[in-house]
Design a protein around this ligand. Structure first.
Ligand code: ATP
Length: 210
């Protein structure tokens, strides 16, 4: 799973998801939209619309799934609950991975029950341009003794390991930049999929600053 606010989804998310799926030989990768992210300001676009953009962005890409399970859940959306649900679905033996960008990884110890992640899944962290590996002591302790340096070492187990991963295309695209561009009336072409761009303009999303 790759969880996110997807506020809005962009090609950095989608290209990373596709490359992670290939690199780890995963059957599928679920992009899970968060309704009310516990650690962020409330997004200006509602969860249903952000999910519609995510669905448009994923389109018919083989192996990528736009997943709205957290939108259907009552109460706060915690990744460990989603991982537990996915674990029940795939069974105890299948490999399950939680994928994070490096910026999200640096805040992992603030999450709800981060230890539990490792009893459910592997943690795979994608390098993101502009983010250096400045792990806090607590984060270093959380991942200590779990770190591996090759995909092969994830293959043998269903979960419990931590793999930092460099993808071929490191894309310096962020939703913050996409929102700022829309608000300033600048182009977002080649930053988001065409179908997402079309929907953003058809609905006037994020263009309030104009
Ligand atoms: P914002 O700029 O609003 O913080 P974002 O672009 O980081 O948003 P999120 O929805 O918060 O997007 O990200 C969901 C997940 O995708 C996070 O784990 C994040 O680190 C990762 N991610 C986002 N953009 C990229 C990118 N360009 N390359 C790799 N990972 C990314």
């Amino acid at each position: 799973m790759l969880g996110g606010t997807f506020d809005p989804v962009h090609l950095g998310h989608l290209r990373s998801a596709l490359e992670v799926r290939e690199a780890l030989a995963l059957d599928r990768l679920h992009l899970v939209a968060a309704p009310r992210p516990p650690l962020r300001d409330t997004p200006q676009v509602c969860a249903e619309e952000r999910f519609a953009l995510l669905e448009a962005g994923v389109g018919d890409t083989p192996g990528l799934v736009a997943d709205d399970r957290e939108l259907k859940r009552e109460g706060p959306s915690y990744s460990v609950d989603t991982l537990a649900e996915l674990r029940r679905e795939v069974g105890g033996e299948a490999r399950l991975c939680m994928v994070l960008g490096h910026d999200a990884f640096l805040r992992l110890t603030e999450w709800h029950d981060p230890e539990a992640i490792f009893s459910l899944a592997h943690l795979v962290v994608i390098a993101r341009p502009g983010y250096r590996d400045t792990r806090s002591k607590a984060l270093a302790e959380l991942v200590a003794n779990r770190e591996v340096d090759s995909v092969a070492e994830l293959m043998a187990r269903p979960g419990g390991r931590f793999l930092p991963l460099e993808l071929a295309s490191r894309m310096a695209i962020s939703a913050t930049d996409v929102r700022a561009r829309l608000a300033e009336g600048k182009s977002v072409r080649y930053l988001v999929p065409d179908a997402v761009e079309a929907r953003l303009f058809a609905r006037g999303l994020y263009q309030t600053g104009r």
